[in-house]
Design a protein around this ligand. Structure first.
Ligand code: ADP
Ligand code: ZN
Ligand code: MG
Length: 476
């Protein structure tokens, strides 16, 4: 028998976040996505000779907020470096970034340690015109400089993640956190949130890290998870065949599921980093730090914990309510209306409301928090069966209104106990075969009797209650 070794994946993530500032990182051009190409430019971000960069104070403030959100240490001074490279997306021939003196270090988000948070500028965007833009038979690319000089924060985690699913979950927590802070649009499709995953594997129990590869620019959490999964499988196959992992940068194609090599990994010295002579260091004052700290709202990780601890909401639901802040806001507003128990409300928000509204914001529907609280209260009190209540919820979402009136006017209220008892008796009389089977120990046969009751009650009865009544009557 051949021995199959178990490998443990090790993953670290690098995240680029475009900051939501009014202007760019080092010039006064507007920082906006979606404008006509090359309309948001100036001599500074087009790198005309003789121009000088000036650091955007608002960008520093937002970056400090990010550092604080992770509980990072903020060194007294951080400095900018030039990262030199040649590519059409960089008119200067270098990117202004931070190197060995980053803005913030040693933080944490959830279970993942944050290695560093630094500031830099974005590159221009290459738009591949494809075959329609052929010149001399070759496909053509054009450059949109609107993105050049957009403020970016790069967040680098320690290699603390151990599975593709965990990496995607971390990405979602990070996105929810940055969104709640309001520091970025965090839109992966528009590129305001971009993630690279560093992946290696090692024999289970081994302490040293294996050789890593880097998956570039995964533009959704689903692709991030699938890309990492594919890369772990690829590396396992290589090691099982006694091969060696090459350190390289890979592109994952979500359509074919294939991984292709972009380049062998470059080293820091390839970039000839040197201190940016045109910019002063960032030396945050106590006032700047305090202003960043006090600008932080309650963050999703804390909010999820609070929902769990104070409201008794199950962990998965608490996470959903915190990751989708608008659902958490709906829950809190409904709780303030004081119509129903917190756990029951949380259950309705995370299940029925979420299913009903899909990805949209409940604030954009007609659903009033107080109406939701009243509806859930009626279900809890047994005044309206759950199935009918779901229909009422649909009405509240589409048209708004008072759930009591909707229930009354549509005759959706639970059947009265006398009426229900009569329906149950009729169903028992009409399903003698099934009743015989139940008495003989075939418990599943009760479904036929319950079904008959529910049909006649037209949704105005609760399935559990009906079962209980049937059993009581036939003495099973
Ligand atoms: P590089 O010098 O190649 O950029 P860094 O040490 O700066 O590498 O790390 C970049 C990212 O890769 C970080 O998120 C880090 O946690 C992660 N990382 C580093 N080594 C490994 C490894 N062996 N396996 C997986 N991830 C790693
Ligand atoms: Zn500019
Ligand atoms: Mg690095």
């Amino acid at each position: 028998m051949t021995e199959v070794r178990a490998y443990e994946p090790v993953i670290g993530i690098e995240i680029h976040v475009q900051l939501r500032t009014r202007t760019k990182m080092f010039c006064s051009c507007e920082n906006r996505f979606g404008a006509e190409p090359n309309t948001l430019t100036c001599p500074v971000c087009l790198a005309h000779p003789g121009t000088l960069p000036v650091t955007n104070a608002e960008a520093v403030h937002l970056a400090l907020m990010i550092g604080m959100a992770f509980g990072c240490e903020v060194p007294e001074r951080s400095i900018f470096h030039r990262k030199n490279y040649f590519y059409p997306d960089s008119p200067k021939g270098y990117q202004i970034s931070q190197y060995d003196h980053p803005l913030a270090v040693r933080g944490r988000l959830g279970d993942v340690r944050i290695h560093r948070v630094h500031m830099e500028e974005d590159a221009a965007k290459l738009v591949h015109a494809g075959s329609s833009g052929r010149i001399h038979g070759a496909e053509r690319s054009v450059v949109d400089f609107n993105r050049a000089g957009t403020p970016l924060v790069e967040i680098v985690t320690e290699p603390d993640l151990r599975s593709a699913a965990q990496a995607a979950e971390f990405g979602r927590l990070l996105q929810a956190t940055l969104r709640r802070m309001g520091v970025s649009d965090v839109n992966m499709e528009e590129g305001s949130l971009r993630m690279d995953a560093n992946v290696s594997i090692r024999p289970a129990g081994e302490a040293t890290l294996g050789t890593k590869t880097e998956l570039k620019n995964m533009n959704s959490f689903r692709f991030l998870e699938r890309g990492i999964t594919a890369e772990i499988e690829r590396q396992e196959a290589i090691l099982h065949a006694d091969g060696q992992i090459e350190q390289e940068t890979l592109h994952f194609d979500p359509r074919s599921g294939s991984l292709t090599s972009l380049r062998s990994k470059e080293e820091a010295h390839d970039y000839r980093y040197f201190p940016e002579p045109d910019l002063v260091p960032i030396a945050p004052t106590p006032e700047m730090l305090e202003r960043a700290r006090s600008a932080l709202p309650e963050l999703p990780a804390e909010r999820a914990e609070r929902f769990e601890r104070d409201l008794g909401v199950p962990a998965a639901a608490a996470r959903m309510l915190a990751f989708r802040a608008e659902l958490g806001d709906l829950l809190e507003a409904a709780l303030a209306a004081d119509g129903a128990d917190a756990r029951a409300l949380a259950n309705w928000v995370t299940n029925e409301v979420a299913a009903r509204i899909g990805d949209s914001d409940p604030g954009d529907t007609r659903l009033e928090p107080a109406a939701l609280a009243a509806l859930v209260g009626m279900v809890e009190a047994g005044d309206v069966p759950r199935s009918a209540a779901k229909d009422v919820l649909g009405v509240l979402v589409d048209e708004g209104g008072d759930p009591r009136e909707i229930v009354a006017s549509r005759g959706l209220g639970a059947a009265g106990s006398d009426e229900l008892a009569e329906i149950v008796d009729r169903a028992i009389a009409g399903n003698a075969d099934a009743v015989e089977k139940i008495r003989a120990g075939n418990d599943k046969a009760i479904g036929a009797v319950v079904g008959a009751v529910m049909r006649e009650a037209k949704g105005r009865a609760d399935g559990g209650e009906v079962q209980r009544m049937i059993r009581e009557r036939i003495g099973s």
